[in-house]
Design a protein around this ligand. Structure first.
Ligand SMILES: Cc1cc2nc3c(=O)[nH]c(=O)nc-3n(C[C@H](O)[C@H](O)[C@H](O)COP(=O)(O)OP(=O)(O)OC[C@H]3O[C@@H](n4cnc5c(N)ncnc54)[C@H](O)[C@@H]3O)c2cc1C
Length: 327
């Protein structure tokens, strides 16, 4: 029997197991599906990495995460990040990350619409502020999951219906959109809402991996990032509806149409006919914060709200600390 059980082999569960292993703590991960499944929040080839946030607290956390990803690259010998910059498009300057970046001593520069189109193939909305920040780009998400899973014991196709089933003395619950219901059975209230989100893939020819682009639209912004297979991945943040992760979900056609319209205007070099679309789950807190806490022998790791992947190495360490405290 291991010292610690981890429920859920998404990026946060695997990062926690990886951090526990580094501490010499014996952990086992229980996963209800097979590794690599596409029912939760961590599947897909890429995720956005950025340090640009309007809040300096998140900027500093992202800078810490960047160091942790670089360390993981060194330890694993794998390239996990491709940082070719972020273009942030905002209608109102006060919505931008400019001030927070300056407060944290990080560079950014304002581009003209002509520069954005010439240098990055991106046509900004008229009148928007176009901010370029270099410490951003994509995380090779699948590769990161493989690295975190190295030398970690994962029991696949094993669904934990109640934490009473777990015989290990300490349990880390990183069950993504399933966590709220599972924890409720142990009397723990997790204040989150699960939503089904949609991403769309477009063919974008040419060598250049496009910069990550984010348009800030009061929380419902569009985002675009490079995709190694097709070229471009585009989504709309927090656009999904509340959904039950136990049901199988398809991409939301309404959002696919919105994304096609946006991509046609913003990335004229992209083939406007999508080559694919995916559904994926957000587990949302009302203020985008992560819930990383301990209730006796139960450690809760709920870190999503559509922006958690980039912090996975830090989240793994924090959950391992909490689990070690309980041993
Ligand atoms: C469309 C989309 C785009 C995103 N883009 C970005 C981005 O660009 N940058 C960024 O930083 N973040 C992004 N995110 C957020 C990021 O992907 C998530 O924060 C992260 O994947 C959450 O991982 P998790 O391990 O908490 O959850 P999950 O990946 O959902 O993992 C939970 C696991 O627990 C398993 N499980 C659940 N219940 C049980 C049980 N009872 N027994 C056993 N196993 C169980 C599930 O099968 C699942 O494998 C995005 C998310 C989505 C959906």
């Amino acid at each position: 029997m291991a010292d610690v059980a981890v429920v859920g082999a998404g990026v946060n569960g695997l990062a926690a197991a990886w951090a526990l292993r580094r501490r010499g703590i014996d952990a086992v991960v229980y996963e209800q599906f097979a590794l690599g499944h596409t029912r939760g929040s961590s599947h897909g080839r890429t995720r956005i990495f950025r340090v640009a946030y309007p809040d300096p607290v998140w900027v500093r956390r992202a800078v810490e995460a960047l160091e942790a990803w670089r360390e993981l690259e060194d330890q694993s010998g794998e390239d996990l990040l491709l940082l070719n910059g972020l273009i942030e498009l905002v209608a109102e300057p006060e919505e931008s990350s400019q001030e927070a970046l300056a407060e944290c001593g990080l560079v950014c520069r304002v581009l003209t619409p002509e520069e954005a189109e010439r240098e990055y193939g991106l046509v900004p909305p008229e009148g928007s502020l176009v901010l370029f920040q270099p410490d951003a780009g994509i995380i090779y998400a699948e590769r990161a999951m493989e690295v975190f899973a190295r030398d970690v014991e994962v029991v696949e196709d094993r669904r934990i219906e109640s934490l009473d089933e777990v015989s290990e003395p300490v349990v880390v619950v990183t069950a993504g959109p399933w966590a709220r219901k599972l924890l409720a059975r142990s009397g723990i209230d997790l204040p989150v809402v699960e939503s089904r989100e949609t991403v769309v893939y477009f063919r974008l020819d040419g060598e250049l991996v496009p910069p990550t682009a984010e348009i800030v639209l009061r929380g419902h912004g569009f985002y675009a990032l490079g995709d190694p297979a097709f070229g471009l991945k585009v989504g709309r943040h927090m656009r999904g509806s509340r959904a039950d992760p136990d049901e199988v979900h398809r991409p939301d056609e309404r959002v696919v149409d919105e994304v096609i319209g946006w991509t046609r205007e913003r990335f004229p070099a992209a083939d406007p006919n999508p080559v694919g679309a995916d559904a994926c789950f957000y587990t949302n807190t009302d203020d985008l914060r992560f819930i990383l806490e301990r209730h006796g022998p139960i450690v809760v790791g709920s870190a999503c709200s559509g922006h958690g992947f980039k912090f996975a190495p830090l989240i793994g360490e924090r959950l391992a600390d909490l689990a070690a405290e309980a041993l």
